[in-house]
Design a protein around this ligand. Sequence first.
Ligand code: 5GP
Length: 139
Amino acid sequence: MSSLFTRIIQGQIPGEFVLRGELWVAILDINPSAPGHCLLIPVAEAQHLHELPAATLAGLGPALARLTAAVRRATGCPALNVVVNDGPAAGQEVPHAHLHVIPRFPDDGRRAGLFGGKRAEAAALAEMGARLRAALAEP
Ligand code: 5GP
């Protein structure tokens, strides 16, 4: 069965579209974290970003830049969070990849939230750096 977002894209379920492209669409989130909270959604259906077709991924940057500029203009927000919940353990509820674009204002009481890490040991950074470089070198 098609995902919720595919059904919205196909018009079977209503959605407030703000951008409609061949590869990417943007709709307003039905439960916005702030007015203007948009979801940038690939027309191609895959749960995770890395599973999307190459052409879709190539179109992501321009679509995201267009959308973030429009959200800034339309809401007057001076800042944004762009968030991807890439898998259920990261909070993904709809198994069709998407990016949240959330307007932010000074002192709006929201937290970027996920990034409150502790200072890493140099050895731990070096070891993880090596693992990631090796993973990137894999075909
Ligand atoms: P996730 O947790 O998967 O990253 O985010 C899914 C998002 O989809 C949530 O922010 C939720 O509010 C939004 N959402 C769920 N159902 C609908 C819907 O039917 N229409 C729209 N526009 N957004 C939805």
